[in-house]
Design a protein around this ligand. Structure first.
Ligand SMILES: [Zn+2]
Length: 322
């Protein structure tokens, strides 16, 4: 029987998302299991495997009907060697994930970084469909992303390609980043960065509703910053302008190099929609080459939390098909 299904697995710090898809990308079933981080994540793959067995028997599917499984992991991945070099959130270090998981699951396995796979998911079944050159920015607690060039993930020589969040946008005097540098895009355009800028701006503008919220003991979030801006608060507007200036600068510089067809904006902060896209486009257009601008369009991500499992399934389909 010809293999016609793929498994997509997306490992996160609190839960593992798992999905069964047809090779055409139709979702048959998806579910979550908790991530057991005890003993440096020693049980995670066994938990995945027994949960997959349970669901496949419920779906009356056989493993020989599967091309294999793709798995996304947050951290530094060596895709070719099938190794997790380092995944600090899970506890894996120099972990031969492809060997162990393919033994547990009894099917071929391919691994990649979770942000790369989110980009692949949007490219395959989401906002990037129909384009071959796609950049995804995931604006959440941090800034993640991935780059699709000619229908494949850009990895670079050591798997570090596509680390969009760590493009330097504040060359001098920038805030410290989790990566050890300062002034990365993540420090100014992530939810954390936007809230940090808002706290600074609120102190400078005491008539702002953001300052009043702080006085009342309310912790600023991107949601109430975008809400304040929608109600006409100048300070909140300044905060969003600043964050989108840096995102537009980074997006234009990356686009000037890659000449993408679509730039997809996802992650929790993208819920702001046009309130985010409008200033972003304005700043992007200042820094992008005319020809690059003509070819590219900004779109919001479509798959939400499913992007990772969809991309993982795409990885299995792309790399495990004989
Ligand atoms: Zn950084």
């Amino acid at each position: 029987m010809e293999a016609q299904y793929v498994l997509g697995i997306d490992v996160g710090g609190t839960s593992v998302k798992i999905a069964v898809l047809s090779v055409e990308g139709n979702l048959l079933e998806k579910w979550n299991i908790p991530t057991d981080k005890a003993n440096n994540g020693a049980n995670v793959l066994k938990d995945i495997s027994s949960s997959v067995d349970e669901h496949l028997s419920k779906l009356k599917l056989n493993k020989n009907q599967f091309i294999g499984a793709g798995i996304g992991v947050p951290g530094f991945i060596n895709m070719e060697k099938g190794m997790v070099d380092f995944a600090v959130n899970i506890g894996w270090k120099d972990y031969p994930i492809v060997r162990i998981l393919s033994e547990c699951l009894d099917m071929p396995v391919a691994v990649d970084n979770d942000a790369n796979l989110a980009a692949a998911g949007e490219y395959w079944q989401g906002a990037g469909t129909g384009a071959d050159d796609v950049i995804l920015f995931t604006i959440g607690t941090g800034v993640g992303g991935g780059i699709i060039v000619k229908g494949d993930i850009l990895h670079g020589v050591g798997g570090m390609g596509g680390e969009i969040g760590h493009v330097t946008v504040v060359p001098e005097g920038g805030a410290p980043c989790n990566c050890g540098k300062t002034g990365c895009l993540e420090t100014v355009s992530s939810a954390t960065g936007i809230v940090r800028i808002a706290n600074m701006e609120a102190e400078k503008n005491k008539e702002s509703s953001l300052y009043k919220q702080k006085q009342e003991g309310i912790q600023l979030t991107t949601k109430n910053i975008f809400e304040a801006a929608a109600l006409g608060d100048q300070t909140a507007d300044t905060v969003i302008e600043k964050a989108m200036y840096y995102l537009g600068l980074a997006a234009a510089n990356i686009a000037n190099v890659l000449n993408p067809q679509r730039i997809v904006i996802g992650g929790g902060v993208s819920a702001a929609g046009e309130q985010l896209l409008f200033p972003l486009r304005n700043h992007y257009e200042k820094f992008a080459l005319d020809r690059v601008k003509l070819d590219s369009e900004f779109v919001l991500a479509e798959l939400g939390n499913d992007a990772g499992v969809m991309g993982a399934a795409w990885l299995a389909k792309k790399y495990l098909k004989d």
